[in-house]
Design a binder for this molecule. Sequence first.
Ligand code: ADP
Length: 265
Amino acid sequence: IDVNLGAYTNEEGEIKGVIVLLHDITAIRRLEKMRSEFVANVSHELKTPITSIKGFTETLLDGALEDPDISRSFLTIINEESDRLNRLITDILDLSKIEQKKMLLKIEELNFSKLIKETVRIVREEARAKNIAIYLPTEENITLEADRDRLQQIVLNLVSNAITYTPENGEVTITLCEREDKSVEMIVADTGIGIPPEHLPRIFERFYRVDKARSRESGGTGLGLAIVKHLVESHHGTIHVESQEGKGTTFTVILPKYQPPKFLG
Ligand code: ADP
C-alpha cells in the first residue's frame, strides 16, 4: 500500500485537518512483476535456439564442414532451430497483440463442425505417423459467431497438443454440442500421457511446460495454451482442463453462440 499524508491549515497556520490517501498498488506491482518475468522468459527462450545455432555453426567453421555427414546433421539442427525461433517470435507477437487487445476479431457466422474437419486435415499426417485415430464430431451443422482464423487456431493448438502428448496407437476424440444456454461446447480428449495434478493449475501460463525436454523435442514453444486461453476469453468463452496421469487429458471449451455487438467509442 502507498500512503500519502497531507495537512491543511487556516490563514493563521493552524492545522484544520489531515488527509490520508491510501493507494492499493498490489495490482500495479503484480503487473510490473509479471511484465519483467515475461521479458526474462522471452529472452531466455530466444537465447536457447540462438546458442545452439551459433554453437553448431562455429563447429562447422572449425573444420566439421569437411565431413559431409556431420555437416548434414549439423545443418539439419540449425535449420530446425531457426524454424523454432520463427515459431517463437510468431507466438510472442500473437500473444502480445492479444494481450494489448489490439487484435480485432472479424466476427462472422461459422459452421463449427466444418471448421474442425478442415483444421484436422492440417495434422492428419502427424497423427497417421503415430497411428493415432482422430474421431471427429458427429454433429454436422453446429454454428456460432466467431473469428474464423482465431477459432481455427484454438482448435489447431488443442488438437496438435493432443497428438503430441499421446503415444503411438492412441486416440483423439473431438466432440461438439449445443448447450441450452445459447453456447457451444467443444471437447478435445486424448488417451495420452496426461498432466500430473500439481501442474494442472499452471498449464495455461506462458512458457509453462510439464516436461521441458519433451516439449522442446516436439517443437513446442510453451505458448500454445496461453494463446488458446486468451483467444477463448476474447470470444467471451471459457476453457477448462481435466487430466489423469497416464490415462489422458480433456480440454473443454465453451463459447457463446452469439457475440455481443461492438459499440463505437
Ligand atoms: P507446448 O508448446 O510446450 O506444447 P503449450 O502451451 O501448448 O506448450 O502446453 C503447455 C504444456 O502443457 C505442455 O508443455 C505440456 O506439458 C502440457 N500439455 C498441453 N496439452 C497437453 C495434452 N493434451 N496432454 C498432456 N500434456 C499437455
